[in-house]
Design a protein. Structure first.
Length: 343
């Protein structure tokens, strides 16, 4: 082992992935796509098998002081299904592995699995296995999801073309604002356990944080419209970070408009209350699990009346960079400041 030490936080999650993957090459012809997208693709003859895995750690990805176990189980499945959706694929099976400390009872595990079952029912996926082991540091959840995709309809991060239209579903920044409210109410409770959480006026953004939904509805609707995006990714680490992923993989630049960003009124109002800029939250907050994708201008015409698909910008030449035009019509360089697991 080298005596030189590089801190993982210096590279970040995706820099670390690049560092690891540079020493591996694909040797099996069935492996159609490996590391570097929302999911891997395995050639299964007349279709692709799509495979993704994710891990949730207590104290890093969730706080059980305000995250109900049933909601956590649901979220664990939804965030993995979101990766399958981002490949324009259909989820089919999941495995769930748990690391459990001795403070968890059988009843607590059953509550977690009630949420897992609800998500499996909602997304029509089968729980087909997993593993359980002991943990010395709280709850660990690892989910692997498989799906299928037609070979002519699978969407990667690498297909965006100059003059494509940049689209995003739903609204952005709500999950981040919901987390700020939950953290604030936790601190109030710790200071005075007799105080009850004041969450009624924040119902939407709290729900966005505790129980997000994978946008499989959009995937089905795109098929109905006869639209195959040129590139796609789910918004897990923040809009700006996801724009950079598409930019890098497609070797293009991205130009978005601040006044086109879809932000819910409750997100705006809460941002004003907490002195947090709603645009900053939408760009860098993460955990919205909406879909960010690009389409040709011709396909834009098919989607323009869809109430939940928003056109936020255009794809431009790589040399033009990744920029945002502000409401004041200034051009600012985008910064990918989303969630970094190692900071």
């Amino acid at each position: 082992m080298s005596e030189n030490r590089t801190e993982i936080g210096k590279l970040g999650e995706f820099g670390l992935i690049d560092k690891i993957s540079e020493n591996f090459s694909i040797t099996n012809q069935e492996t159609a796509l490996g590391i570097g997208d929302d999911a891997a693709l395995i050639d299964s003859g007349d279709h692709y098998t799509v495979l993704s895995t994710d891990m949730l750690l207590e104290g890093v990805h969730f706080d059980l002081s305000f995250m109900p176990l049933q909601h956590l189980g649901y979220k664990a499945i939804a965030v993995n299904v979101s990766d399958i959706a981002a490949m324009n694929a259909t989820p089919k099976q999941v495995t769930v592995s748990l690391g459990l400390s001795n403070r968890f009872s059988v009843e607590a595990v059953e509550e977690l699995y009630r949420g897992i079952k609800a998500a499996c029912d909602s997304y029509k996926v089968d729980l087909i296995g997993g593993d359980t082991t002991s943990s010395r540091s709280g709850l660990v959840i690892s989910v692997t999801v498989t799906g299928i995709a037609n070979k002519d309809a699978v969407v990667k991060r690498s297909g965006a073309q100059i003059d494509d239209v940049i689209c995003v579903t739903g609204d952005l920044g709500g999950a981040y604002m919901g987390l700020q409210i939950l953290e604030r109410e936790k601190q109030v409770f710790l200071a005075n356990p007799d105080m009850k959480p004041q969450l009624d006026k924040y119902d939407y953004i709290v729900q966005r944080q505790l129980k997000p939904e994978a946008r499989m509805d959009i995937i089905h609707e795109l098929k109905d419209f006869g639209v195959v995006p040129t590139s796609m990714i789910d918004v897990s680490d923040g809009l700006a970070s996801e724009l950079f992923h598409i930019s890098k993989q497609s070797e293009v630049g991205m130009k978005i408009y601040e006044d086109k960003l879809p932000i819910d009124k409750q997100t705006y109002d809460t941002g004003y209350e907490l002195n947090i800029d709603a645009t900053t939250a939408s760009l860098n907050g993460g955990e919205d699990y909406e879909l960010l994708f690009t389409v040709s201008k011709a396909d834009m015409e098919k989607l323009k009346k869809h109430a939940d698909i928003h056109f936020i910008g255009v794809v431009q030449a790589k040399e033009a960079g990744n920029i945002m035009i502000t409401k004041g019509e200034r051009e600012v360089i985008l910064q990918a400041q989303g969630w970094n697991h190692f900071e």
